[in-house]
Design a protein around this ligand. Structure first.
Ligand SMILES: Cc1cc2nc3c(=O)[nH]c(=O)nc-3n(C[C@H](O)[C@H](O)[C@H](O)COP(=O)(O)OP(=O)(O)OC[C@H]3O[C@@H](n4cnc5c(N)ncnc54)[C@H](O)[C@@H]3O)c2cc1C
Length: 397
């Protein structure tokens, strides 16, 4: 998200960005999990002229059915739930969003696929960069937009170990056949310290399964060892009952299996000289709980705009970007901590309350729902930054 949005706006403001993407071929199409754009995040893609396309490509999940052992299933209208958080919202598969953003930039932005930055040397007037594959080059600025496990951040700001805050949660997602004829429905099973959901992908007739769980102690696992990660998920959920055994039958063979800890990045400064960070690389609020996609879109737009405003002093542009976004980042991280607590209930009582409370909330008028979400913090975070108008810096294309 952050990389192509930043590149788009930098290009519109007359810069010449180069995007380095580790994956050899663009991971696009119908892959990946569903992500949300809310509020200012929607406004950024509107200003890019991409809203109609993104809206057309949205997931079509309209009903979320919350189930728990011994309780009646509760249906929740997803559109009403989102409207309580923000007036503007779209849910879209990450692969679809990536494709739309890439198509909007590929004609006039240089992309280096299948490569990664290996070293960065900032001498005050420029940055010398070496790559795993391409020949060394010199740039005016380097921005790490390379996600939660950012290489640029490690090279310039230090190892991830010292910059992350584990929230105690873990997340797994993979594709599987639509076993339950889901259509536009998402099924969610809630249990103490774990939830499982499955939703349909209308474009392919397939489905996704998502598993979230909390552990009191940090799990040690190898990021590259998918076999070990699949075993962790199997062990955590095999006694969960419900439809979980059928979902787990597809765990071993899923070729898009994703697993990670729900960690935040806690850095409070996102620039050093001529190097900056944006999106998850700088300030991930935690995957799936803190509005990270909107945060990435909005901060990328602001970064491009602040650099355009300080064209003759790019390090100063990075510093004003940092000031502009810091409240939004702080509130997003705080909201994610609360969401993490409420989304995975920690007791039997909470398991009983969540479906009832969610169904009650969506029946309230949107204004009252908004008040509730602002208490949770997500609504407050989304409203923390009014998008500046950088149109005076636009150059003709
Ligand atoms: C399972 C899951 C569910 C989620 N659900 C939601 C949700 O419902 N709502 C929401 O708002 N957010 C959600 N998120 C979070 C959201 O995906 C991120 O916050 C968002 O994608 C951040 O965008 P980004 O551009 O900063 O990073 P990313 O989207 O992670 O992009 C980073 C890019 O950098 C590339 N890269 C990585 N390392 C290198 C390297 N060394 N060199 C070159 N390229 C590299 C990657 O291949 C990737 O293309 C979810 C995340 C996960 C994992």
């Amino acid at each position: 998200m952050a990389g192509p949005v930043l590149a788009y706006w930098l290009r519109r403001f007359g810069f010449e960005p180069t995007v380095v993407e580790r994956t050899p071929a663009l991971r696009h199409g119908l892959g990946g999990h569903a992500v949300d754009l809310f509020g200012s995040g929607v406004e950024v893609v509107r200003r890019m002229g991409l809203w109609a396309q993104i809206h057309e490509a949205r997931t079509r999940t309209t009903i979320m059915t919350l189930e728990r052992r011994g309780g009646r299933p509760v249906d929740v209208n997803v559109d009403r739930l989102s409207a309580g958080i923000s007036d503007q919202h779209v849910e879209i598969l990450r692969g679809e969003l990536t494709k739309i953003l890439y198509d909007a930039t590929r004609a006039d932005v240089e992309y280096l696929f299948g490569d990664s930055i290996a070293t960065v040397h900032d001498d005050g007037s420029g940055v010398d960069v070496t790559f795993d594959h391409a020949a060394p080059r010199r740039f005016d600025l380097v921005i790490g937009a390379d996600g939660l496990h950012s290489t640029v951040r490690r090279l310039v700001f230090g190892p991830e170990e010292g910059l992350r805050r584990p929230l105690g949660g873990y997340l797994a997602v993979y594709s599987l056949p639509d076993l339950f004829d889901l259509g536009n429905r998402m099924l969610v099973h809630i249990d103490v310290n774990r939830i499982v959901s499955t939703y349909g992908v209308h474009q392919t007739g397939e489905a996704r399964a998502a598993f979230l769980f909390r552990k009191p102690e940090e799990l040690r696992f190898d990021h590259r060892d998918q076999e070990q990660q699949r075993q962790i998920v199997e062990a955590e959920f095999r006694d969960c009952g419900w439809r979980v055994p059928q979902l787990l039958e597809h765990l071993a063979t899923a070729d898009d299996f994703y697993f990670d800890a729900i960690n935040q990045i806690t850095l409070d400064s996102w620039c050093r000289g001529r190097v900056g960070l944006v999106g998850d690389a700088g300030f991930s609020p935690g995957p799936a709980i803190g509005g990270g996609t909107s945060l990435a879109a909005v901060t990328a737009y602001v970064l491009a705009g602040e650099l355009a405003s300080a064209r003759n002093d790019l390090p100063a542009g990075l510093r004003s970007y940092e000031q502009r976004i810091s409240r939004y980042v702080d509130l997003s991280r705080a909201a994610a901590v609360k969401t993490m607590r409420s989304v995975i209930p920690g007791s039997r009582t909470a398991v009983r309350l969540v479906p009832w409370a969610t169904a009650t909330l969506v029946k309230l008028p949107a204004s009252i729902q908004k008040l509730a979400w602002s208490q949770n913090g997500l609504g407050k975070a989304l409203g923390a930054l009014q998008l500046p108008d950088y149109s005076p810096h636009l150059t003709s294309r």
